[in-house]
Design a binder for this molecule. Structure first.
Ligand SMILES: Cc1cc2nc3c(=O)[nH]c(=O)nc-3n(C[C@H](O)[C@H](O)[C@H](O)COP(=O)(O)O)c2cc1C
Length: 186
């Protein structure tokens, strides 16, 4: 165990060159920053930059997480898909809220997105099913395309001095506001 502990602590951390995030000059709308960072991760050659961890609420309130692929991002939110009868499908039917967590290693960036989840309907779900790489010509009425409609974002840009820069966006009645979270960032 001690040897593992030493190896873990000796692993390299962030890449040498990290982008700078100026918390004072971020876009008013968090989706603009989100899509900019997603584009940056694609341009940086990040493997599966569209992968994220989706956390849902299970029975008894315990969180459950799994990796999914984000299929699109628009005014309805972040689209993702799966089987209605899956554990996540059952949990979302009972409690339609979730948190998505993206980590883009090449850039030292993390984004957390929380909000309500809605079913985008049979047509959108069928189109998503048809466009999957292994589509074999059969429809799948069990397949669902959902959207996570964000009410909170937290963007983190890592820094080598560990004073990671974070920006939190909250959706209120008058639209989005943003600022720097006051809780410590590790
Ligand atoms: C990189 C990666 C991408 C994945 N993408 C999806 C996806 O888009 N949809 C999906 O249903 N499962 C996807 N999976 C599998 C899920 O992580 C998960 O195992 C599965 O959906 C069952 O989750 P659940 O039991 O919590 O419902 C992916 C797994 C990995 C590692």
């Amino acid at each position: 165990m001690t040897e593992l502990r030493e190896r873990l602590r000796a692993l390299p951390t962030f890449p040498d060159a990290l982008p700078h995030l100026d918390a004072e000059s971020v876009p008013t709308h968090p989706l603009a920053l989100f899509t900019e960072w997603l584009d940056d991760a694609i341009a940086a050659g990040e493997r599966q930059p569209n992968a994220f961890a989706l956390s849902t609420i299970g029975e008894g309130g315990a969180p459950a997480s799994r990796t999914l692929i984000v299929k699109d991002v628009d005014e309805r939110g972040l689209h993702f898909s799966s089987h209605r009868g899956s554990r996540k499908g059952v949990q979302l039917a009972a409690n339609p809220v979730a948190t998505a967590l993206f980590f883009w290693r090449a850039l030292g960036r993390q984004v957390e997105v929380t909000g309500e989840v809605t079913d985008l309907g049979a047509d959108a779900s069928a189109a998503d099913w048809r466009e999957r790489p292994n589509f074999a010509g059969q429809p799948n009425p069990e397949w669902v395309l959902w959207a996570l409609q964000p009410s909170r974002f937290e963007f983190l840009q890592a820094t080598h001095d560990r004073r990671h820069v974070r920006v939190e966006y909250l959706r209120g009645e008058a639209g989005w506001t943003h600022g720097q979270p006051t809780t410590p960032a590790g």
